[in-house]
Design a protein around this ligand. Sequence first.
Ligand SMILES: Cc1ncc(COP(=O)(O)O)c(C=O)c1O
Length: 484
Amino acid sequence: MWEMFAKQRLGASADQVSARAHLLLNFTDFSDFEDRPIPIMVRGDGLEVIDSNGRRYLDGLSGLFCTNLGHGYGAEVGAAAQRQLSEMVYSPNWSLTHPAAVHLAERLTDAAEPLGMTRLFLTSGGGEAVEAAWKLVRQWHLANGQPQRHKAIARDLAYHGTSLGALSFTGLDDCREPFLPLPIPVSFVSNTNAYRHADGGDEAAFTRSLLDEIHRTIIREGVDEVAMLIAEPIQNSGGAFVPPAGYWAGLRELCDRYGILLVADETISAFGRVGEWFGSMRFDARPDIITFAKGATAGHAPLGGVLLNDRVAEPFASGALTYMHGLTFSGHPLSTAIALKVLDIYDREQVFENVRALEGHFESKLQELRANPLVGDIRGAGFFWAIELVKDRETREMFNEAEAKWLLRGELSGHMDELGLLCRLDDRGEPVIQLSPPLVSDAKTLDRIVSIIGEATDRAHKTWTRDRARIIKTSGRRPSINVA
Ligand SMILES: Cc1ncc(COP(=O)(O)O)c(C=O)c1O
């Protein structure tokens, strides 16, 4: 029945009908597809993605923060993949290894050497890396005679993955609630959202207040029970929360004082997203462990990993302790060969330098969006930005839930689709537009992204001022490829 309706009335293709019938999509409300087909992306072209109707979209979110090279290097990376597969299709990394894994470990520990990272464990993605880090942390404390350290501290709204271990550290109620109780006891502390914090206007006071809260949390949870503190150098969920000066140095000091291991989740912030190999370098973080994924292969293959410093690696590397963890596809030859090629391209094309060179331009263009009264805050670094939308800029009054739904899902999403931009309209915290374009974007592309957002927010503002009473009553959801 739906098949006929979809084909005849919605113009759905055979693939779209089949997708609706057979696929289960990540975090996707299938009621979105009652009156429109599931979008199918068929091709990438440079900095654009093209759907099955031939419509082009600027890839303003790098897929999901991973296509750092855009879509123009597939053939070159594919040749490296083919070479690897014709040599050897698979090898485990259990009690033996293979050249691509060895060389990747050399390259990444070399890149992370200024942060003191000396050893690498490989996974297939970010959530797996976070869980692998937690297991390292637990076993490290066990080796040091502290089996009672079984708690963690993470931050409000932060996303660290969805498998049950990683989900324990994820501070998003909607993601957690269906699966409670979660296996790891985690206390959540404030993130670094200066715009919404009482002390946010005074950087030193803000840092002090955040660190005091963490200190109180450690004392409350038990100074010898907390095993790990996990944070992103710049938090994605909630919208590119940059840390205030002294924050990461303060985290280091607290962790040292209380014997806690500090983990920087760099699933997004590594590999040039903020103009450096690792976000920790940009924000002066000195973690014991770094987790990464996405940009390691620039989205050409699944790969994640955990970097650790000598102190954490010692009991495992010395043979005193066996790491009781493993994955069939840990360090798969295909993914590691692809990562090596992608790292070559990052170097050859001076990709991180491009981010550093254009960051100022991107920021000043984004600041022009302040002409629109709906724009409350613009924050971020490198090619990683968020625009928070407010009802009243003077008072920072927030949109309520129904209004935010109208604004993002009912209004902006349609304009972004029509104007051809893929970004993320996120209402997990206050409504934000999230941007994370490919790191090879030029100034013209960045300008186009900002101009589309300007046009879309201007249209939304016009509708809002003209018709807010009706809007709120009838606020519905206009399905979109931009709402995650
Ligand atoms: C900071 C952070 N950690 C962990 C994850 C989970 O990564 P994955 O989806 O590869 O498991 C994500 C995903 O977006 C992330 O942004």
